[in-house]
Design a protein around this ligand. Structure first.
Ligand code: NOJ
Length: 887
């Protein structure tokens, strides 16, 4: 289908062919077991309980008339509570931790069960460790999760727990096999779905469940389709949809003025999630807790696997992200160049084309850090090879790009052309690491190269083999300046059901594809990441992936796939990226310009403006799209796009600090407003603006012809528009200009400090030793504070203490610039503070400004513009310490 669109030369943005993808009614287990609107089934009763594993796990036996018994394991972990459920005696193993791959493999830390205090009274059995408790009704197996005696969520609150027990084939059973279009799923184990409901008490707002294109606040699904999580290559996806897309994280965060909390349903099979918000009068869990409160109901249904539910207590959203990323892995600290601007196109034709693009950035005075090569750079879609005619001297090409401090990225997909003369194909065959058909033969499917085999990335041996292919001696013409893009890793199989792999295909340890589908793409990215580490252990890897799952945050960024060059897609990039951020996946972006179609220059310009303020900033376009590098449209458009890209470079020091924070604690750089204003209910549905850290408010223009934006400034706080010194600070609601010669409206929150670099060079690498400017916005008490992060931007030496973490605070008179308690020992010899800009200082210049650093004092000059004070040339080292006194 893709190919034919390409051959037709179609550049129109068309609609997705929905018939290619399942609705709940097309998926037999969803159709059978979507009981969300029912009143529940007969409740399971707890018939036996015992503490096991040194009193750290409570094992419960659950029984209900006419069904085999279930075994529930309850534990309290350092980061939350865990509930594991399967049959008492399953006919075949459901995920056994020993039988890898299993979702269990994704747990990094924080999963050690704590010693439990047991209490059994009045028909309930409770376990407690620290502040957390799981309290279960013996009569009905409803299980409350509480933190400091406050009930947060209730599992099986509506008695929707159900495990379709594994059983011998019964010829009368119609649901044993399944058909979708021309595809048959033999389903040898028969139906085996698992489901349960989780209610968040005192909550009206749920977020997360990426990747979908509807509103940021999860919608009530009672009337329509549930949210579907099943990684798929969806051609020409549309917005306002709950269809599955390229990646999925089965994670929901609940937020109310009182608390944030979350649930992770750790299951790597196809999963559907229903949502319903219930008013206090109709609340269900409240009989069990106290009082009538609003409730957010969720219902989780997976095709196979165990129930493995994690409940995170928060109570802040920052703590939720911390708890989740302790458990599933901290986000990678990217090399700094990866946080700068990336230029991609399917395809840069040949070496002269790459040289010209590289050159044009300089001609047009536009910074760029990375030039990307899509599938056409290979020799007949054989990854790890180069087209001998179009790319005869890749080493020279990469060297030329690298001479400007830039990198290159090549695409390496997981489908391998079936060709015995292709060393990757034959090598993987010999290593016996391809996924297999049920009978044991190599599985082949159709993808870019034609007939292809698929490496089994769920097999640690396969990952190891793949990683080896990135060694410089193996990947010919690669170099330390060449990094990787893993695409099509849902996996995409053009002739497979829903453009993916048959579910009865066999992976490592005999697991069917249906059980591990969601983990496939993660394995590809992880193996590539490990390959880059193998080839160059002290360089931070960079691997972009399209598919993702729980834990992807450790291996690199993802992007939102094949969006369209339409205003609506520009707009939807915000809720899509915010949902990823609150779900523990911070390094995310959308193709700038829209992948399909041809954006008008105005749309492209607005997209550059917004993309410059999103974590992963890459322009990309379809094979059939016209060229649209920033200089193509000429002036005034080139100038406008140039300004937008340069703005990103100016703020790279802020991105450094935000990514470091993310790496340490799991908080996303790009945040919904409520993340910083948890009690501000008006902000709960806002998805037209957002914040970077708790420092900048970003309010883009996303409509054609608009030259202003209505901006909502939260919390009664003052916000200063960056660079608008004559304009008073904003608060409340205001209409802000965003004309042709203006930058995207971006505001510095009063009370915050961040660093910028005002000299823009060809690439971020060349700006490494440049001086910084401190931007300070005074709050109503004339105070402000902030943190700054420095390291060598590229190696892992920061892990050995080679970083500097600064604390900067202003108390109305003195500015104190010093090491924070968490600092390391990094010293930059060259970089210094060249300017201090204080917003909201007032219109009269101070009498004197004195700086003290390293035992010397000297006076500084200043100038006032509007109400902003500019202090020139403090020239203190940016990794050193100083105090500045303003009289
Ligand atoms: C699909 C990806 O989403 C797109 O970005 C890429 O250009 C094409 N595959 C070709 O590799």
């Amino acid at each position: 289908m893709r190919l034919s669109a390409a051959l037709l030369g179609s550049v129109l943005v068309e609609a997705v062919d929905r018939n290619n993808f399942k609705k709940c009614a097309d998926s037999s287990f969803c159709q059978r077991r979507r009981v969300f609107n029912s009143d529940g089934v007969s409740p399971y009763a707890v018939t036996k309980s015992e503490l096991i594993e040194n009193d750290s796990i409570l094992q419960l036996t659950l029984e209900v008339d006419g069904r085999p018994c279930l075994k529930a394991l309850h534990s309290i972990l350092p980061v939350g509570a865990r509930i594991n459920i399967e049959e008492c005696e399953p006919l075949h193993p459901r995920y056994d931790p020993e039988a890898r791959p299993s979702p269990e493999e994704l747990l990094i830390d924080g999963h050690a069960p704590q010693k439990l205090k047991l209490d059994e009274s009045n028909g309930f059995i409770s376990i407690q460790a620290g502040d957390m408790r799981l309290k279960t009704s013996l009569e009905s197996y409803i299980t409350e999760f509480s933190h400091k005696d406050e009930v947060i969520s209730v599992a099986n609150s509506r008695n929707l727990l159900f495990v379709e027990e594994l059983r011998e084939k019964n010829d009368d059973e119609p649901s044993w096999e399944e058909k979708f279009k021309s595809h048959k799923d033999s389903r040898p184990r028969g139906p085996e779905s698992v489901s349960m409901d989780v209610v968040f008490t005192n909550s009206r707002n749920l977020y997360g469940l990426p990747e979908h294109t509807d509103s940021f606040v999860l919608a009530n699904t009672e009337e329509g389709e549930p949210y579907r999580l099943f990684n798929l290559d969806v051609f020409q996806f549309e917005i306002d949809e709950r269809m599955a897309l390229y990646g999925g994280i089965p994670f929901v965060a609940s937020h109310s003025p009182e608390r944030s909390s979350a649930a992770l349903w750790l299951n790597a099979a196809e999963t559907w999630v229903d949502i319903k918000y219930v008013d206090p009068e109709a609340s269900i869990a409240s009989w069990f807790t106290s009082g009538k409160v609003p409730e957010a109901h969720t219902f989780w249904l997976s095709e196979t696997g165990k129930i493995d539910l994690f409940l995170f207590p928060g109570p802040s959203i920052q703590e939720v992200n911390d708890q989740y990323t302790v458990l599933t892995g901290r986000p990678q600290l990217p090399p700094q160049w990866a946080t700068a601007y990336h230029q991609c196109k399917w395809n840069y034709r040949d070496e002269p084309d790459v040289a010209e693009v590289n050159e044009n950035f300089d001609v047009h005075d536009i910074p760029a850090d990375v030039i990307w090569l899509d599938i056409e750079h290979t020799d007949g879609k054989r990854y790890f090879t180069w087209d001998p005619v179009k790319f005869p001297t890749p080493d020279k090409m990469i060297e030329n790009v690298a001479s400007k401090g830039r990198k290159m990225v090549t695409i390496v997909d997981p489908h391998i052309k079936v060709d015995n003369n292709y060393y990757i194909y034959s090598g993987a065959k010999e290593a016996d690491i391809y996924v297999k058909k049920p009978g044991g033969a190599e599985f082949n499917g159709w993808c870019w190269p034609g007939n292809s085999a698929y490496i089994d990335f769920t097999d640690p041996r396969a990952r190891e083999w793949w990683a080896e292919q990135f060694l410089f001696e193996n990947y010919k013409h690669s170099s330390p300046s060449l990094y990787t893009w893993n695409d099509m890793n849902e996996p995409s199989v053009f002739n497979g059901p829903e453009v993916s792999m048959q579910r009865d295909i066999i992976h490592h340890n005999g697991w069917e594809h249906r059980a591990v589908h969601q983990m496939y793409g993660l394995g590809v990215q992880r193996a590539t990441y490990e390959g880059q580490l193998k080839r160059d252990p002290n360089s931070r890897p960079f691997v972009l992936s399209r598919a993702f799952f729980v834990g992807t945050q450790q291996w690199g960024p993802i992007w939102t796939g094949d969006n369209g060059a339409e205003w609506s897609h520009l707009k939807s990039s915000i809720p899509m990226l915010l949902a990823l951020g609150v779900s523990g996946m911070p390094f995310v972006g959308a193709d700038v310009g829209g992948f399909f179609g041809n954006p008008e220059p105005e749309l492209l310009w607005r997209w550059y403006q917004l993309g410059a303020f999103q974590p992963f900033f890459r322009a990309h376009a379809h094979l059939d799209s016209k060229r649209r590098e920033p200089w193509v449209f000429e002036e005034p458009w080139t100038g406008r796009m140039r300004n937008a890209i340069r703005y990103r470079y100016r703020l790279l020091p802020l991105w450094n600090e935000l990514f470091y924070e993310s790496h340490k604690t799991g908080v996303p750089p790009m945040r919904p407003i409520w993340y910083n204003y948890p009690k501000e209910t008006e902000s709960y549905g806002v998805e037209e603006e957002y914040m970077l850290g708790d420092t900048l408010l970003v309010a883009p223009v996303m409509e054609e012809g608009k030259r202003d934006v209505e901006v909502y400034f939260p919390g009664g706080d003052k916000y200063f528009r960056l660079d608008y010194h004559e304009t008073p600070a904003y608060s409340g609601n205001a209409v802000v200009s965003a004309g042709e010669d203006e930058q995207i409206p971006v505001f510095l929150k009063a009370g915050r400090i961040f660093a910028s670099k005002e000299r823009i060079r060809r690439s971020s690498t060349l700006m490494e030793n440049d001086p910084i400017t401190l931007n300070i916005a005074l709050d109503s008490e004339r105070k402000a504070s902030g943190k700054l992060y420095f390291d060598d931007q590229i190696t892992h030496d920061y892990q050995k203490g080679e970083f500097s973490y600064k604390e900067v605070s202003f108390d109305g008179k003195s500015l104190n610039y010093s090491d924070s308690a968490q600092t390391g020992v990094f010293q930059s010899e060259h970089s210094f503070v060249e300017q201090i800009v204080i917003y909201g200082f007032g219109s009269s210049a101070p009498k004197s400004i004195q700086i003290s650093s390293n035992g010397s004092n000297w006076q500084l000059e200043s100038q006032v513009k509007g109400t902003t004070l500019f202090i020139r040339k403090p020239n203190a080292k940016s990794t050193g310490s100083f105090t500045l006194t303003i009289e």
